[in-house]
Design a binder for this molecule. Structure first.
Ligand SMILES: Cc1ncc(COP(=O)(O)O)c(C=O)c1O
Length: 448
């Protein structure tokens, strides 16, 4: 008897048959669990802003927003997503080292709570745009601290970086810049210095340093401290040798520091930006095994969704030295019997999602589930390689499966391309027939 993986009581085979593979499947209960646990663990003065970059699907953010998360955005599409979910300007911050005039203008017109300003050049630009619109925009200086964050798998500060303003520059120049650019009003700081931190001690140490630095910057830089964004970087375990961040312990140890800061600065908004911690564990990539074959003594399970859908599964740390948790979803609890290389459909030997993964026997047509895949999945992957396009996304919410993003079809990949006229090449008639047929087939499949 093969024991099939389920999400909220619905078998993943049913979902895959209905929506086709490859697909990303999200469990809304896990999203709910994560945001609820985070809000419960920390001092009530700490507000959680969801980093849409981790998973920008509008229903993923919508669910988190309905449970109290606000939005940290880094692009116009993310900003639009937050606004479409009804987030007020007060609940949006906008981050990123290369903000364009168009992005800044959209932030200012929509009254975002703070643009996280990453250079004095950017501050000048914000000032000019705000002035031309007859407004003043609040900003927080992103500080590149002199210290580097401990315990992070990817450090973003504490060394020469394109992110933020060096601590010394910020302290020395903030007052002068504020005088020069009054339409960009400095009201606090943000520090985001690393990601995938699993040790509560490191998060605590970083937070204490950030709160201390915030006070120093404001005092020496001559601005009021209406907000401090302490970043976050909380990680989830992906690999066998990693253990879960002790969130409860982190809360117990960190809350006195937050309380102390809150008492000293009762009007200051405290913000934590979280992406991965909220969304990673809710998701899995489901791909269907097209072929199982042996080559020179090793066995390959070749699926329809590889690194084009899920680069993060191989791009974190080092190239598939360690595997994400991978299961045969059609034999979920079966005893691992054999090592399979789980590969995708790309024409490159690097298209390996899992190397020598011990799995129960795999049959053609089985579903492979790559777990912990709700963050930095398709949006952080080369989904357009070989023109496959974006996979489907399905959210199970209150026991029901919803298609929250339709996969790309060939016509989607071609929609924005222009075929200029070459002798004997145009064949619009056949193409139209094909396009209509493909849409109808998918619509028929999902309406079953
Ligand atoms: C500025 C900023 N904020 C938030 C995040 C989200 O990080 P995580 O998904 O680790 O929570 C990132 C990730 O790169 C980031 O660069």
């Amino acid at each position: 008897m093969r024991d099939v993986l389920e999400v909220q009581g619905i078998s993943v085979t049913e979902i895959a048959d209905r929506f086709q593979t490859p697909l990303f499947l999200y469990d809304g209960d896990i999203l709910k669990r994560q945001i609820t646990n985070v809000r419960k663990a920390f001092h009530p003065s700490l507000e959680i802003f969801y980093s849409l970059k981790a998973n920008p699907n509008i229903s993923v953010y919508g669910l988190l927003h309905s449970l109290g998360a606000n939005a940290e955005c880094s692009s116009l599409a993310e900003l639009t997503t937050a606004l479409r979910c009804g987030t007020s300007g007060n609940g949006i911050i906008f981050v990123g080292p290369g903000k364009t005039e168009q992005e800044l203008e959209a932030c200012i017109r929509n009254g975002v709570y703070a643009i996280i300003c990453e250079s004095f050049g950017e501050m000048e630009r914000i000032h000019a745009i705000a002035k031309s619109l007859g407004k003043t925009q609040d900003i927080a200086l992103r500080i590149n601290p002199a210290f580097s964050v401990k315990g992070s798998r990817l450090t973003m500060g504490g060394k020469p970086r394109q992110f933020g303003i060096d601590e010394t520059h910020a302290i020395e120049l903030a007052a002068t810049m504020q005088q020069q650019f009054p339409h960009a009003r400095i009201k606090g700081i943000q520090i985001y210095s690393g990601t995938r931190i699993l040790a509560w001690e490191e998060v605590l140490a970083n937070t204490v340093r950030i709160l201390d630095l915030a006070e120093q910057c404001a005092a020496k830089g001559g601005f009021s401290l209406e907000m401090v964004d302490i970043g976050g970087g909380l990680g989830v375990p992906y690999f066998d040798d990693e253990s879960r961040l002790d969130l409860e312990k982190l809360g117990v140890e960190m809350n006195p520091a937050l309380e102390k800061f809150h008492v000293a600065h009762p009007q200051t908004r405290l913000i934590m930006e979280l992406g991965r911690y909220l969304s990673a564990e809710c998701g899995m990539l489901l791909s269907r095994v097209q072929y199982v074959k042996d080559s020179m003594g090793e066995t390959f399970a070749i699926t329809d969704g590889g690194t084009n859908c899920h680069m993060a599964a191989v791009g974190v740390g080092s190239f598939v030295k360690r595997n994400f948790p991978i299961k045969n979803a059609c034999d979920w609890n079966g005893t691992p019997e054999k090592a399979f290389h789980v590969t995708g459909p790309l024409c490159t030997p690097n298209d390996v999602v899992g190397k020598a993964v011990k799995l129960p026997p795999i049959l053609q047509g089985d579903l492979i589930a790559v777990l912990n895949s709700g963050a930095y999945g398709p949006t952080a992957s080369p989904v357009n390689f070989l023109s496959f396009g974006f996979p489907s996304e399905v959210l199970v919410h209150n026991g029901e499966a919803f298609l929250i993003r339709e996969r790309d079809f060939p016509q989607d990949m071609l929609r924005k391309q222009n075929l200029i006229s070459f002798k004997g090449v145009n064949n619009e008639h056949h193409y139209r027939e094909y396009e209509t047929g493909a849409s109808k087939r998918f619509e028929a499949a999902i309406s079953q």
